[in-house]
Design a protein around this ligand. Structure first.
Ligand code: HEC
Length: 197
């Protein structure tokens, strides 16, 4: 399903204003999606109807922007609670993969996540102070983005910073990494949606 924007809606002095979408739609749709959940919807025709119509994944049902909004709303319900995830049982192999990803060097600069966010946390990198790379503030409003973005968007940015090829939104590698980072940040209060530079 493609997306074709046709108007921008804003609150004007005399109520809602609808302004024609000035930028060419082709340009707009070239912008990268912020989150795509490509996982399958339940395929049970008696309970869940959309697969009958060819809409088989979450990404088919919602636009990336809607998914970020939904994730933000759901995470917000846990605001103030402490991050806590299970890494035993069926989660164990995914946790191990996420952990391995975090420590593996990659890209032209041959850097691993931990080298920036553990070994050099607190130091400056081209005008940005390196944090410990926790995810308890996500989805996060980044001033850089001027909007709320997902952990996967952040991972893509970090991969690019180290000149390594980013993975797709919703990629298994990033889902595993999310689990590892949640465990690594266990006990931190959930702050989503946070505001960060
Ligand atoms: C070249 C250094 C570098 C590498 C390598 C790197 N990052 Fe980052 N990361 C940054 C910078 C710069 C920021 C923005 C400032 C900050 O929050 O640290 C950032 C931000 C983050 C944040 C947001 C923290 C917050 O509180 O908003 C997370 C999460 C994160 N990185 C995770 C990762 C993961 C996972 C990897 C490995 C795939 C990784 N980073 C690799 C530089 C790096």
């Amino acid at each position: 399903m493609g997306v074709v924007p046709f108007a921008v809606v804003g609150d004007g002095r005399r109520g809602r204003a609808y302004v024609e979408f000035a930028t060419a739609p082709e340009e707009w749709t070239k912008r990268e999606p912020h989150f795509l959940d490509n996982s399958d919807l339940p395929n049970n025709p008696r309970d869940f109807k959309t697969p009958n119509y060819g809409l088989t994944t979450f990404a088919d049902l919602f636009t990336p922007r809607q998914l970020v909004a939904l994730t933000t709303f759901i995470t917000y319900q846990s605001r103030g609670m402490k991050v806590d995830v299970a890494i035993d049982g069926p989660a164990a192999p995914f946790y191990e993969k996420g952990r391995a990803f975090y420590y593996r060097t990659r890209g032209q600069f041959d850097l691993a996540c931990y080298q920036c966010h553990d070994a050099n946390a607190g130091k400056m990198l081209r005008g940005e102070r390196l944090s410990e790379g926790h995810t308890n503030g996500f989805p996060s409003y980044k001033l850089k983005w001027q909007e709320v973005g997902s952990t996967h968007r952040q991972f893509r940015r970090c991969n690019s910073l180290a000149r390594s090829e980013p993975y797709d939104y919703g990629a298994d590698e990033y889902v595993n990494l999310e689990l590892y980072l949640a465990y690594r940040g266990r006990g931190l209060p959930i702050e989503a949606p946070s505001v960060r530079p």
